[in-house]
Design a protein around this ligand. Structure first.
Ligand code: SF4
Length: 366
C-alpha cells in the first residue's frame, strides 16, 4: 500500500468535517482576534472546561486593544484555574505587539504573525489558515498523531527531525481552497476519532487510506519517548495569617503556576517539612514564622508533576514587608488577585470557618 493520495485525504476529510464538526463558539466567527484567543486558550485543554473561559475572556477583553491595555494581573484573574499560565502571558504580549506594531489589526500573513512575540508556528498557522484562508499547516498534538498513523511513521515523534517531516506532510496535505476547514478537520479527527489510546477506525473517513490501520499498528503509533505519568514531588505551603491579613507571594515566571499569586512555600528540598517551610518563607518573603498545625493536605496533578504535601497555619514573627512580589494584605484583597486555585480554596476556607468563630487549631482536609 503506497502513501495516501493528497486529493483523497482532502476530499474525505473535508466532507467528513462538514457533516461531523462540533458547533463550538469560536467556529462561529471569522474575527481573527477571537480565533487568536481560542487558539491560545484551548491548547491542551478539554473543550468542555475551556469554553466557559473563552466566553468569560471575550466578555472581559472584547477587542485586542482591551486586552493589550489591561494589567497582566487582570488577564491572569480571568485565566485562573485553566493552567498553562505561560500562554496567558504570551497572548498578552502578542496583543500588545499587535497594537504597537500593527495599529490593533491582527497581521494577515503567516510571517508577520510568526514575528509577533509569544506566537509559535501552531498558533500562526491556525490563525493564518482559519481567519485569513492562507494555505499553511497548523500542527498540534492531534495532527501529529493522525499523520504519524496515516503515513505509518515509526519514528519518535518527539524528535525535531520527525516533527519537521510531519509538518512538511501537513503542509502538502492542506487544501489550498479551504485551508482553515482542512486544518480544523485534522484536529477534530484527532480529538474525536483518532484518539490517543482507542482510535475508532471503523468511524474514520481515512480508514481505507491509513497505513497504520492496514498494518494493525493504529494503537502502537505514534512512538513517543515522553514519560506519560507526571513526576511525584513533595510540597509544603504556609497560610501565614494575623487577624484578617494573609501573606501571599508572586510565583516566579517560568515555574509551574508562574505569575500567579500564591501562599509562600513550594517544592521541598528533602529536609523536614518545618525546616523547608521556614527556609522558603525566609527566601520568598524575608520573614521568620512560627509553624502551627496542618491546615489541609495538597494533592494536585499537573501535566508533568504531581504535587502532594501540606499547607500549615503559621504566624509571622514580625511584620512582613510588601514588595513587587510580596503582599501582606487583607484576605478579601488577596481573593481579588489571580491566585493559585487551591491556595484560594485554603484562604476561602479560613474565612468561612472564622465566620463561625476562631479557626485556630482546626484542620480541614482536601
Ligand atoms: S484509520 Fe484509525 S488510525 Fe488511521 S487515521 Fe483513522 S482513526 Fe486514526
Amino acid at each position: 500500500m503506497g502513501d495516501p493520495s493528497r486529493d483523497d485525504v482532502r476530499s474525505r476529510l473535508l466532507s467528513w468535517y462538514g457533516a461531523n464538526r462540533r458547533d463550538l463558539p469560536w467556529r462561529r466567527s471569522r474575527d481573527p482576534y477571537r480565533i487568536l484567543v481560542a487558539e491560545y486558550l484551548l491548547q491542551r485543554t478539554r473543550i468542555a472546561s475551556g469554553t466557559p473561559y473563552y466566553e468569560r475572556f471575550l466578555e472581559r477583553f472584547p477587542t485586542v486593544r482591551d486586552l493589550a491595555a489591561a494589567p497582566f494581573d487582570d488577564v491572569l484573574t480571568v485565566w485562573e484555574g485553566l493552567g498553562f499560565y505561560g500562554r496567558a502571558r504570551n497572548l498578552h504580549v502578542a496583543a500588545q505587539a499587535v497594537v504597537e506594531r500593527h495599529h490593533g489589526m491582527i497581521p494577515q500573513s503567516y510571517h508577520d504573525l510568526m514575528a509577533l512575540p509569544g506566537i509559535g508556528p501552531y498558533t500562526a498557522g491556525a490563525v493564518a489558515s482559519i481567519a485569513f484562508g492562507i494555505p499553511v499547516p497548523a500542527v498540534d498534538g492531534n495532527v501529529i498523531r493522525v499523520i504519524a498513523r496515516l503515513f505509518r511513521i515509526r519514528e519518535n515523534v518527539t524528535s525535531g527531525a520527525v516533527r519537521r517531516r510531519i509538518t512538511e506532510i501537513a503542509g502538502k496535505l492542506v487544501s489550498p481552497e479551504q485551508p482553515g476547514a482542512f486544518n480544523q478537520a485534522l484536529m477534530e479527527l484527532g480529538a474525536t476519532v483518532c484518539t490517543p489510546s482507542a482510535p475508532a477506525c471503523i468511524r474514520c473517513p481515512l480508514e481505507r487510506l491509513c497505513l497504520a490501520r492496514a498494518a494493525g499498528e493504529e494503537r502502537t503509533l505514534p512512538i513517543s519517548s515522553r514519560p506519560r505519568s507526571p513526576r511525584a514531588v513533595s510540597v509544603v505551603f504556609a497560610l501565614v495569617t494575623d487577624n484578617r491579613r494573609v501573606l501571599v507571594v508572586r510565583r516566579p515566571r517560568g515555574q509551574l503556576l508562574g505569575g500567579l499569586w500564591a501562599l509562600p512555600g513550594g517544592e521541598r528540598s528533602g529536609r523536614s517539612e518545618t525546616a523547608d517551610l521556614k527556609s522558603s518563607i525566609r527566601t520568598q518573603a524575608g520573614i521568620e514564622v512560627r509553624v502551627g498545625p496542618r491546615w489541609s493536605r495538597v494533592n494536585r496533578t499537573f501535566s508533568h508533576r504531581k504535587w502532594s504535601g501540606s499547607i500549615y497555619r503559621c504566624s509571622p514573627l514580625g511584620r512582613p514587608k510588601g514588595t513587587e512580589s510580596v503582599r501582606w494584605i487583607l484576605r478579601e484583597e488577596a481573593l481579588r488577585l489571580p491566585l493559585v486555585p487551591f491556595h484560594r480554596e485554603a484562604i476561602q476556607a479560613l474565612a468561612g470557618l472564622e465566620s463561625f468563630g476562631s479557626a485556630d487549631n482546626i484542620q480541614i482536609s482536601q
